[in-house]
Design a protein around this ligand. Sequence first.
Ligand code: ACO
Length: 153
Amino acid sequence: MRPRIRFGRVRVRPFVPNDIPAVASIVREALRENYPTSLYLDIHRWWRDGFLIAEANGNPVGFLASVMTSDGQARILMFAVTAGFRRQGIGRQMMDAFVQMCGMRGLRRIELEVRKSNEEAIRFYRRYGFDTQTVLPKFYTDGEDGYKMVKFV
Ligand code: ACO
């Protein structure tokens, strides 16, 4: 069942290039990064099924972008929900759709990297069955360590 939230009904759908301005703005606000348009187009071209948008009242409020690795695993590159829309199950709805899609494609392992200090995201991933596999020393450009987290589908 789709959750009813304060802002109306949420729908998870595939990314389309028209979403780039909205996605870039979520990336700036939630992930504090600034990427060129070409990155989003590349990710979309590499694996269309792995780029999802969460839409509330017709506006993108979250997204999940991933790639399929050469050995047939999924790697989540970016995952975020706009600040005012968090803790209402939108992240869960996107992750559910993503995990289900991976299962249908026969992918059995999903991995991602997350900042050690990002307790909210780490808690979310743990509840989702991701385990911390390794510490990635100085993984981020500002010198912060990361965790590699893995979930078997
Ligand atoms: N009322 C109260 N709490 C709720 C409700 C509700 N109706 N619905 C869900 N929740 C709780 C969940 O139980 C969960 O609790 P927990 O954190 O204690 O486990 C929490 O809200 C989050 O669950 P969701 O609402 O499904 O997730 P959300 O939509 O908030 O998205 C996300 C999670 C994407 C991690 C979000 O926090 C975010 O965008 N953070 C900033 C960006 C970020 O750090 N992204 C991950 C970086 S790592 C990477 O990109 C690979």
